[in-house]
Design a protein around this ligand. Sequence first.
Ligand SMILES: [Zn+2]
Length: 159
Amino acid sequence: MKNREQGAPAQASADADATPVNELLRRLESVKATGPSRWAARCPAHDDRSPSLSVRECGDGTVLLHCFAGCPAGDVLAAVGLDLADLFPNKSLGRGPMRQGERWIPRDVLAAIASEAVVVLVAADTIRRGEALTDDDVERVAVAAARLRNAAREGGANV
Ligand SMILES: [Zn+2]
């Protein structure tokens, strides 16, 4: 799934820095820190003269991307050899990866999915009412996406 042929080559010594945001930033050009856990860079998906790509790292390591010219996040990532899965940290939230012999408990996972779906529903309803989501709201939706993905992975899905 991951394409490491394009962009900067992976460095064996960079394991400690191999967070999703570092993996992305080192493939971008004209990267500038604009605040804590925030950066601006030239968008690799369009002919970008001024840095119009905004990058933000959430507390759990999930990366949020926004191109002010309107490029979809998938296009931005594809241009540097990454995909949407690369925006999420590998470690699951709350629960670590299953140890050998540990049983997967579907009830816990389904309960997590149900509560994260409510977060997404609340955000969708806010938008429907014509209200803007705050940065914190968007970050919470990103956490929901990461948790839903982790739940799917615990169930054995390769997502
Ligand atoms: Zn763009």
